[in-house]
Design a protein around this ligand. Structure first.
Ligand SMILES: NC(=O)c1ccc[n+]([C@@H]2O[C@H](COP(=O)([O-])OP(=O)(O)OC[C@H]3O[C@@H](n4cnc5c(N)ncnc54)[C@H](OP(=O)(O)O)[C@@H]3O)[C@@H](O)[C@H]2O)c1
Length: 276
């Protein structure tokens, strides 16, 4: 089973479905989930320095023996490493842990006070060919507009919280106009809500023999987003990848759009509450 690819503004292709590995902290469980995902067909993995599992991912991928060029690896610079030198240092640490000499995608995890220096370092890593595509995470329209004054290369991706309760319509319209690709984190609302029990999703799923989670993930895909659901459960890892043997109708999409309650469950990029 394969997943469609999305072509980013610089021509780099990213598999539309990847495995998110946030909150995978138990080493054995994480390694096992990654190995299982590889068997199912996942080739795209989303980690971050702050998740503390880059080394486990690196080891599991090495042991699986998949050719590096067949993998798509994303990592992110955490807040305490933002700045010019520290970002480069953090990037090299990520490479080492992941046992690779390049990343496919490197993101600024959250917008912070040293964003200009951080982005400058990332642009240099990109120019040196050490990372194939560069981007940001949790950036608002204001953050991206401000970037135009200091960036020589604009981000190719903005990874933000997105699910039917918080579909990010305004930001998505902006990103489309700016040719920045939208990537959904927390695509299933992180297990923090009753989303997957919603009767509208159950009803739609019944028509296709699919679970509410699959309906939600297909909704992300039909909107053209990149999606990185996390699971350590073998059935769910499989289920979250089995999304291409059905399609949602326009009516299904409209029904799901009605679930929008404009509610985020993660931090607000404009007011994160982080102490920098
Ligand atoms: N850039 C950022 O700031 C940021 C923030 C958060 C996340 N992320 C990235 O986005 C990825 C995904 O987001 P997330 O992990 O926070 O949340 P998520 O993928 O929306 O939800 C994960 C939760 O849903 C459960 N789940 C997964 N598949 C399911 C299914 N088919 N049916 C029912 N429950 C299911 C998982 O439990 P089990 O594991 O037990 O299946 C887990 O509790 C992360 O792993 C990370 O890579 C980025």
């Amino acid at each position: 089973m394969a997943t469609p690819v999305i072509t980013l503004a610089n021509g780099i292709e990213i598999p539309q479905v990847g495995l998110g590995i946030f909150l995978m902290t138990n080493e054995n469980e994480t390694a096992w989930a990654i190995q299982h995902a590889l068997k199912v067909g996942y080739r795209h993995f989303d980690t971050a320095a702050v998740y503390g599992n880059e080394a486990v991912l690196g080891r599991a991928l090495k042991e699986a023996g998949i050719a590096r060029e067949d993998l798509f690896l994303t990592s992110k610079v955490w807040n305490d490493k933002q700045g010019y030198e520290t970002t480069k240092q953090a990037f090299n640490e990520s490479l080492e842990k992941l046992q690779t000499d390049y990343l496919d995608l490197y993101l600024i995890h959250w917008h912070g006070p040293n964003v200009k220096e951080t982005w400058c370092a990332i642009e240099e890593l990109y120019a040196e060919g050490k990372v194939k595509a560069i981007g940001v995470s949790n950036f608002s329209i204001n953050h991206l507009e401000a970037m135009k004054a200091y960036a020589t290369v604009m981000p190719m991706i903005n990874q933000v919280e997105t699910h039917p309760y918080f579909p990010q319509d305004e930001l998505r319209d902006y990103l489309k106009k700016e040719k920045i690709h939208h990537e959904s984190w927390g695509p299933l609302s992180q297990g923090k809500t009753d989303l997957l029990l919603h009767p509208i999703l159950t009803e739609i799923g019944k028509k296709y023999g699919k679970t509410p989670a699959q309906v939600v993930l297909r909704w992300h895909i039909d909107r053209g987003s990149i999606v990185i659901p996390k699971s350590v459960n073998p059935n769910r890892i499989h289920e979250n990848f089995a999304l291409f043997d059905f399609a949602l109708t326009e009516d299904d999409m409209k029904a799901i759009a009605k679930l929008n309650i404009e509610t985020r469950y993660g931090r607000d990029p404009e007011n994160t509450g982080f102490e920098w």
